[in-house]
Design a protein around this ligand. Structure first.
Ligand code: NAD
Length: 485
């Protein structure tokens, strides 16, 4: 296989590569250079209808394909992703702006793991039975739902796209999937891989297009029985409103505004290293990034001094350069949003400790969209900067005196995706973990992921959980069979 990024991305529908029916296209830009380097379909409801038809036609056979055969094909997809790591990583970096080393080490390997994890998972799955003491036996069948929709964002493009598609396919569903229009390239390359791996026509249909036209048509289509969505809370709310009257199953993985709670008894070096990562990895564009850093008052000044000094040394520049710690943010629209939120933080009285400006590298990336790592202090917990998701390389520092105050600050949020707690006191770690209102708590670590664990958020961070059996349960309907003895 020789995977390379084409000038024109095509939809993958019913096993064939197709142009959008309307003939409309969108520009695809490399955010590190500012250059438009390909065109992507601007698909609409007609393309969605075609995709649903292809998926419906494929469903009877795929849903009856033995688990061993589904395993074989999905595992083959994982192998082909691994075999094409270099090409996929380069495509991801050119689309997204993230450092190439990050695409190679994290994004693409994880996409392969997602397929392998769920492919092997279905070989080990079992269902419950409930015996009524000699009178009857109940057993639960878990059957695929039918045609399901998977919609993903731009921050971890292939990683999150496959995190949905793999369990949906493994469970025996046929899929209509849409990656973000901002980062469509690796999803297109995945469609070539799936064809090569022998995935039957129509089992996975990949559509390219924008949210309002293509994404919303997927959500509204009566032939699509469940929606797995990762993206903004705004879009999640719209999807919930459309899906609810049709009683579609929905799984919504939405925004975050995650707190880091740092106590004075933490392992200082590990905390400092990890907090830099949790603040600025992927230019702060990870839903799990800790953007509200809460520090115990007795170590606040020491923390501030060292954190600012270390963050000031993060090299921002060409994502293809091994030495760049930070690449470009994903798009001009997003660049402008982050810069406007930096301006807002200043208006709200925030004291800028570091950054706050665009970066203009020389050479190839002169037209790129780069932002300095940015740190503010002096903002209260209720201000917009501390309440709204920025999703860029911007963090705020706040101090606390007691556990109660730390909890109050941590839980003053519309969001509840993740939190990180730094303390060597085991009792305190458990106490805090139990009381922080977030679906994912890390103690003395960050982004340590076991794919078997439930993944998702409280409050405006979403509905439902992904990962492990939670994902396979979401993509199946339980059916109880009661047999009187
Ligand atoms: P977005 O909501 O703008 O778009 C996400 C996807 O939804 C895209 O494919 C888009 O085309 C589509 N879309 C947009 N509006 C739609 C609609 N009305 N109906 C159907 N589809 C629609 O989000 P984004 O800017 O691509 O991603 C950033 C957001 O994603 C952040 O809020 C971030 O926190 C969140 N996110 C959450 C998680 C998580 O696991 N909780 C992971 C990554 C990103």
């Amino acid at each position: 296989m020789n995977l390379h990024a084409p000038d024109r991305i095509l939809n993958f529908l019913g096993g064939s590569f197709r142009e959008p029916i309307s003939g409309m296209w969108m520009d695809n830009m490399n955010p590190a250079t500012g250059d438009v380097y390909s065109q992507t379909p601007d698909s609409d409801a007609q393309d969605v209808d075609f995709a649903v038809g292809a998926a419906q036609a494929a469903f009877p056979k795929w849903s009856n394909t033995p688990a061993e055969e589904r395993f074989r094909i999905l595992n083959h997809i994982a192998e082909l992703i691994e075999n094409n790591l270099e090409a996929l990583a380069l495509a991801e970096t050119n689309d997204n702006g993230k450092p190439l080393w990050l695409s190679k080490r994290v994004d693409i390997p994880r996409a392969a793991s997602n397929f392998r994890f769920f492919a092997t998972g279905i070989l080990h799955s079992s269902t419950e039975s409930h015996s009524m003491e000699g009178r009857a036996i109940n057993y639960t069948l878990r059957q695929p739902i039918g045609v399901v929709g998977c919609i993903s964002p731009w921050n971890l493009p292939l990683y999150l796209f496959t995190w949905k598609i793999a369990p949906a396919l493994a469970a025996g569903n046929c899929v209509v999937a849409k990656p973000s229009e901002v980062t469509p390239m690796t999803a297109y390359l995945l469609s070539i891989i799936c064809k090569e791996a022998g995935l039957p026509a129509g089992v996975l249909n990949i559509l390219h297009g924008g949210g309002p036209k293509c994404g919303s048509a997927i959500v509204a289509h009566p032939g699509i029985k469940a929606i797995s969505f990762t993206g903004s809370t705004r879009a999640g709310r719209e999807i919930a409103a459309v899906a609810a009257p049709q009683f579609k199953k929905i799984s919504l993985e939405l925004g975050g505004k995650n707190p880091n709670l740092i106590f004075s008894d933490c392992d200082w070096d590990k905390m400092m290293r990890t907090t830099l990562q949790s603040s600025f990895s992927n230019q702060g564009q990870i839903c799990l990034c800790g953007s509200r850093i809460l520090v115990e008052e007795s170590i606040y000044e020491k923390f501030k001094e060292e954190f600012v000094a270390r963050a000031s040394k993060l090299t921002v520049g060409d994502p293809l350069d091994e030495n760049s710690r930070q690449g470009a943010v994903v798009s001009r629209l997003h660049f402008e949003k982050v810069m406007s939120m930096i301006a807002q933080a200043k208006q709200e009285g925030g004291k800028l400790l570091l950054g706050g400006e665009a970066v203009h590298p020389a050479g190839r990336c002169a037209g790129g969209l780069f932002i300095q790592p940015t740190i503010f202090e002096g903002l209260n917990e209720h201000c917009r900067t501390n309440m709204e998701e920025i999703f860029g390389p911007v963090v705020t520092l706040q101090s606390f005196r007691t556990e109660e105050e730390a909890l109050m600050l941590a839980n003053t949020s519309y969001y509840g995706l993740s939190a990180t707690i730094w303390t060597q006191d085991v009792s305190r770690a458990h106490r805090m973990a139990a009381q922080v209102h977030s679906g994912i708590i890390w103690v003395n670590c960050w982004l340590l992921r076991d794919l078997r664990t439930p993944f998702g958020g409280f409050k405006n961070s979403g509905i439902g959980r992904e990962g492990g059996w939670d994902a396979l349960r979401f993509f199946t309907e339980p059916k109880n069979v009661c047999v009187e003895l």
